[in-house]
Design a binder for this molecule. Structure first.
Ligand code: UGA
Length: 434
């Protein structure tokens, strides 16, 4: 058992803290957001994540997990995870490191000799080396490692307890050996069940995360580029993805064409990666990511064009129902949500748009006051001239087209995620486009 602190209790930190307690460690979660800490300490998850409320309650009940806004309880613990956000800087591509810097600055005075600070946030390469100096200026006998996180929202608990792989970025020499030993202790359970471990230097570990998310974004934009060509020829991109995906060198996962990627990670991570490469004089290496981003953003415009096409050339005055506000299913996260972007574009172009989502309506209402929201599909779709499926929640994929057909004004379905069965919708009398 290791005594740990987890600094930053958003998606990543809160899940990490609860999972570490589940693995038997003694954990304090620290965040400056009082409301978030009060909620977590009371056992209420501040965000929607399947399995997390149960894990939180279980971990709090063991007494091995607590939450506070005070940094002092980090003192006396030996491993400190930094899990704060690194959003995109306003008006720029680069990552905003102010939360990482602030958390390391406020943690440093509480460090003891031999402590290990472990960065988990997604940062530009070179950050870990810089933070090592910040830490050691205050506590020369503390060390810093980088241990990037690969969890997906919606699968966060599973991805943390049984990760695909663990990556340690370690300092050189004896400090690195000791840091590895400390991390091995923390991750003893996943390591004992065969989780692959890659140990590397700090810069490589930082880059692994940027490379992984860039590759995932590239896969999605690749298939969306194929979708553009398919649309131009009447070919079927889903069948194409199935066919090329059978080649194990390609693989079928992350080849779902549609509205493209959003969320708090892929879009900002590829941009921050380009910005960092530019600073390093290696911008040419990543110019392809500009195209990946452009293909992705084009999907959103294309969706609005399709809506117009399906409505006979104009959406002015059309009543449009949007199913989905979250950036993906099983999440209430609306950061850079393609669904809300498309909804807002259609609203700006003169349509009356009503958006619904099983979990994200509360968040969306706060941030998109100009849009209309409904709590149920029936309410959103009543009298609609067009229905758009923009986030493929299971309950939307399972909608009975005959029943929905009784509520809408016009039976027109635009499936932005290629998630529905065209033949089923068409035989229920719908005009179906995807
Ligand atoms: C992503 C990565 O998948 C995680 O490995 C990583 O740890 C995380 O970012 C992070 O950096 O923290 P996440 O943002 O939760 O995870 O979501 P994904 O499942 O990657 O989906 C991202 C977006 O791509 C969603 O909008 C989704 O709808 C879209 N997508 C995904 C597609 O359009 N097509 C696909 O085939 C797959």
């Amino acid at each position: 058992m290791t005594a740990l602190s987890v600094i930053g209790c958003g998606y990543l930190g809160a899940v990490h803290a609860a999972c570490m307690a589940k693995l038997g460690h003694d954990v304090v979660g620290i965040d400056v957001d009082e409301a978030k800490i009060a909620s977590l300490q009371a056992g209420r998850a501040p965000f929607f994540e399947p399995g997390f409320p149960e894990l939180l309650a279980e971990s709090l009940a063991t007494g091995r997990l607590s939450f506070t806004t005070d940094m002092a309880p980090a003192q006396g613990r030996s491993v400190h995870f930094v899990c704060v956000g690194t959003p995109q800087r306003a008006g720029e591509f680069a990552a905003d490191l102010r939360y990482v810097d602030a958390s390391v600055d406020s943690l440093a005075p509480f460090l003891s000799p031999g402590d290990l600070v472990v960065g988990k946030s997604t940062v530009p390469v070179g950050t870990a080396a810089r933070l090592t100096e910040v830490v050691q200026a205050v506590q020369p006998e503390a060390n810093l490692a980088w241990n990037p996180e690969f969890l997906r929202e919606g699968f966060a608990v599973k991805d943390t307890l049984t990760p695909d792989r663990l990556v340690y970025g370690l300092p050189a020499g004896a400090a690195g050996d000791r840091a590895k030993q400390q991390l091995d202790e923390v991750y003893a359970t996943p390591l004992s069940t065969g989780t692959p471990l890659v140990t590397a230097d700090l810069a490589t570990a930082e880059l692994v995360k940027a490379a992984a998310n860039s590759f995932l974004a590239t896969k999605i934009s690749f298939i969306n580029a194929m979708a553009e060509v398919c649309e131009a020829t009447g070919a079927d991109v889903t069948l194409l993805a199935d066919a090329i995906g059978h080649d194990p060198r390609i693989g079928r996962r992350f080849l779902n064409a549609g509205l493209g990627f959003g969320g708090g990670c892929l879009p900002k991570d590829i941009r921050a990666f380009m910005a960092r490469a530019g600073e390093l004089g290696a911008d040419q290496a990543l110019t392809f990511l500009r195209e990946i981003d452009a293909i992705n953003m084009r999907r959103r415009v294309r969706m609005v064009d399709l809506a117009r096409e399906v409505c006979g050339g104009s959406i002015v005055g059309a009543r449009i129902a949007v199913l989905g506000a979250a950036f993906k299913p099983d999440s209430d996260d609306i950061r850079d949500s393609p669904a809300l972007n498309v909804s807002a574009q259609m609203q700006l172009q003169g349509a009356t748009v009503v958006v619904t989502d099983p979990e994200a309506v509360t968040n969306a209402r706060k941030q998109w006051p100009g849009l209309r929201f409904a709590d149920t599909v029936d309410e959103a779709a009543a009298g609609a001239d067009l229905v758009l499926l923009l986030t493929e929640w299971r309950e939307y994929v399972e909608i009975d087209p005959t029943e929905l057909g009784r509520i809408v004004g016009e039976k027109r379905m635009l499936d932005g995620r290629n998630a529905l069965q065209p033949s089923v919708w068409r035989s229920a009398g719908w005009t179906y486009r995807a």
